[in-house]
Design a protein around this ligand. Sequence first.
Ligand code: NAD
Ligand code: DAU
Length: 355
Amino acid sequence: MRNVLVTGGAGFIGSNFVRYLLKAEPDARVFNLDALTYAGSLENLKDLPDASRHTFIQGDICDAGLIGKLFQEHQIDSVVHFAAESHVDRSILGPAPFIQTNIVGTFTLLEAARQAWGADGSTRGMRFHHVSTDEVFGSLDASDSAFTESTPYEPRSPYSASKASSDHLVRAYFHTYGLPVTITNCSNNYGPYQYPEKLIPLMILNALRGKPLPVYGDGKQIRDWLFVEDHCEAIYLVLKNGRLGETYNIGGGNQPYNIDLVNETCSILDELKPSTTSYSELIAHVTDRPGHDRRYAMDITKIRNELGWTPRHDIESGLRATVQWYLAHMDWVEVIMKQEGFSDWLDKNYARRGT
Ligand code: NAD
Ligand code: DAU
């Protein structure tokens, strides 16, 4: 792992991973390709450890010419592919960019890797790691067992269908061309640098601004929450030691109802940044997300047994650390909230829900 192409490294998980990798691999050079959509920001890449080994390239993963050039010029031997349109609600209101980036973009990267590495990439130590989601497996009922790597795909939103599609392409390139791939499917991440369209940062920032906390439907949906650094560690282990052609499920084992998670976030804020009344009084149940998946849960037996990975953070410590991070980084918050598209998105997604 000498010349690593990270796609989407100016986004939430990608920027955390770039930090992680620069520390974990002191000899690696990191080429970070990101289109800087509304979700990506150079603010996420300030104060990198050993920044001289990091090169940022603004560009689109659908640009075959650019990607081909990057592989050649920098002798890329490893790819960690994060770049995606990632927000389910946006995929419902406008699916086209999800099809373009998540499917066509992944295809473009796979083709570039195939051209650059030829048929013997695996014996020369090349690796293409694709970062995917638990949402490809669909929705669980309360009594269903957690998703395993062999659970059939049943995506239910344009976002999850586009990610499922990209996973199939990655596997097809392994079987057909012998491209040295690995895939991880992970549950909901939270932590530093998460764009405030997602549940936890949205709740923190709305609460601090005295705005309603919009909980979709009855708030009894369940997600399997994982602190972002734990996700980075799992990806790194798969990249180093995962078996080629294999998929690994990653999850946090923390499965509160959304409404309980929002209440817990409010309690932490009540303690760290007291207001005249509890922030929980701002909670407002609003119109549900169409096709809203009820429950996700990940069975992590495979990655634990094969690679020795388990999450280091539970939801109590991770959520507290996250609230503390946002409170300590209000300068970051200010810049991100002023960026083009943020307040438009709040109007577009929430006004019609009654908040
Ligand atoms: P994010 O939306 O915060 O970041 C996505 C990044 O990709 C942004 O920096 C954006 O500018 C970039 N990007 C988008 N389109 C691009 C294009 N065409 N070319 C180049 N760059 C482009 O997303 P995230 O939450 O950090 O998720 C990263 C990856 O992890 C995604 O593939 C997502 O499906 C997956 N994932 C996310 C979660 C989660 O909870 N956030 C969980 C499991 C898997
Ligand atoms: O499960 C992994 C996925 O987690 C990733 O693949 C996606 O990229 C990531 O965005 C996330 O998807 P979710 O839809 O689960 O995350 P989100 O933060 O948007 O919503 C979490 C839950 O909270 C979900 O049940 C919807 C609910 N919600 C969300 C928002 C934004 C609300 O109740 N109110 C809100 O305003």
